[in-house]
Design a protein around this ligand. Structure first.
Ligand code: HEC
Ligand code: HEC
Length: 394
């Protein structure tokens, strides 16, 4: 059996002049004496450490703050995406200028008083400020009007995603909101109001360009230019200061508590379907008068009951009232209800305010081409009047 190593045996590597001596019991008996440190050196050292403390207090905090911001930016970049600016060359296409006129011309409807813009106004962020809008037959729409801004970036349209493109939506509108008995009835109205040459220019290869399909294509081309980049996009592109501290707090909460699990991508929603009311029935919170079964209505599939498209949140600050039935008047109430229904979480008023503040960073400028254009054979535009003066039958 080998003898356990004595402590001093570890010191064999010590230089000869290390200054100490080791006794037989392995204990160190004396070490070389060092000269006393002069007092001024001690003073200098304490000044030095005081200065370092001050620097640590200032600098690392700043560094730490930037690190937190960078982390938030990186996390945000994994959840969300940027809405591109509209380039000038996109606007000057014959198809787009034609679509612009069609979208704004109230004469192109069954009662000659309802345009697309009637229910998608700039003041309401491209949506309508009432729970239900009145269509060209004088009937209220079934659900709340959604914004047309950025809408073309979604894979399907409307609260239940039952339209697969802007053109599909626009063509269906002819017999829906615009009140025509048949989609083809729009042809004569377009001829009558001098749209012939514009359709010819926009569809040069088509011998018979005035027809519902082309009407729809032009409207869709115009809608595709209605994009609204916002301060949040600048943030995502690295300009962290585009969001105030409270907005950043709101963004962090939005991600942490799980809003971003549904509301993600470029539009913070718009691309999936979820049950509205996961933890409790939605109408208990929204006080809705009617229960809307959502997707179930067409699929008759039990899992689709109360399922709706996850609403996009771009310009959400401007598009009150909220939810598919416009049952909730304010954004703070909508946020409170969402947290309660979808995440079973009761947010404090401060948390709600921070999220609402963050959501306001999704408000972009009204697109430059979202104003009344000149119409063919019409000098004066009805739409240039304030909405209160429009002759919409109630
Ligand atoms: C009478 C009011 C009214 C008129 C007029 C109207 N809309 Fe709408 N719009 C609505 C309502 C309400 C919805 C939501 C419908 C739904 O989901 O059930 C909607 C939805 C949409 C959407 C889907 C947005 C999204 O995020 O999915 C688009 C795009 C749209 N409308 C474009 C148009 C165009 C183009 C016209 C003209 C051809 C038009 N609207 C005319 C009321 C109107
Ligand atoms: C499980 C998925 C899910 C989660 C989680 C979720 N939402 Fe929603 N959100 C939806 C759906 C679906 C709708 C559409 C509801 C309807 O039919 O009106 C919606 C609608 C909204 C609306 C109204 C949109 C409009 O145009 O009227 C707001 C605002 C909103 N959500 C914010 C939030 C916030 C904030 C959170 C986190 C507290 C959150 N959501 C969490 C799925 C979700």
């Amino acid at each position: 059996m080998t003898k356990p190593k004595q402590p001093y045996e570890y010191f064999t590597a010590l230089p000869d002049d290390w200054g100490g001596s080791i006794a037989d019991d392995g204990r160190i008996h004396s070490v070389r004496e060092y000269p006393q440190r002069p007092p001024w050196k001690g003073f200098l050292m304490s000044v030095y450490s005081a200065l370092t403390c001050v620097l640590i207090a200032l600098l690392p905090q700043d560094v730490a703050k930037t690190a937190i911001q960078d982390e938030l930016l990186l996390t945000a970049q994994t959840h969300f995406g940027v809405v591109d600016r509209v380039e000038p060359h996109e606007l000057n296409q014959p198809l787009v200028t034609l679509g612009h006129k069609l979208f704004w011309d109230a004469r192109i409807s069954a009662n000659k008083q309802v345009a697309c813009v009637s229910c998608h106004s700039a003041a309401a962020g491209g949506a309508d400020a009432v729970p239900q809008s009145i269509d060209a037959k004088g009937q209220p729409t079934k659900r709340n009007s959604q914004t047309v801004f950025n809408a073309m970036l979604q894979p399907s349209l409307r609260w239940t995603g039952d339209r697969n493109s802007g053109a599909h939506q626009a063509e269906k509108s002819l017999t829906g909101s615009m009140g025509f008995a048949k989609a083809e009835d729009v042809n004569n109205v377009l001829q009558e109001h001098g749209y012939g040459p514009l359709f010819q220019t926009a569809f040069p290869a088509d011998p018979n360009p005035i027809r519902p399909g082309n009407y729809a294509t032009a409207v869709e081309a115009y809608e595709a230019t209605l994009r609204t980049p916002a301060p949040f996009d600048k943030f995502l592109l690295g300009e962290v200061r585009s969001l105030s501290k409270r907005q950043q707090k709101g963004l962090q909460l939005f991600i942490e508590i799980g809003c971003a699990n549904c509301h993600s991508g470029k539009l913070l929603g718009g691309d999936g379907f979820e049950r509205f009311g996961i933890h409790r029935e939605y109408w208990t919170e929204t006080q809705s008068r009617q229960q809307d079964v959502g997707l179930f209505e067409t699929t008759k599939n039990e899992v689709d009951k109360f399922r709706f498209r996850v609403a996009m949140l771009r310009n959400i600050e401007k598009t009150a009232p909220y939810f598919h039935d416009g049952s909730v008047a304010t954004l703070s109430e909508a946020v409170r209800i969402m947290a309660n229904l979808q995440l079973d979480r009761q947010l404090s008023p401060t948390e709600i305010e921070a999220i609402v503040d963050f959501l306001s960073s999704l408000t972009g400028e009204i697109p430059a081409n979202y104003s009344a254009p000149a119409f063919p054979d019409m000098e004066f535009s009805e739409m240039s009047k304030p909405k209160s003066e429009w002759k919409i039958e109630q």
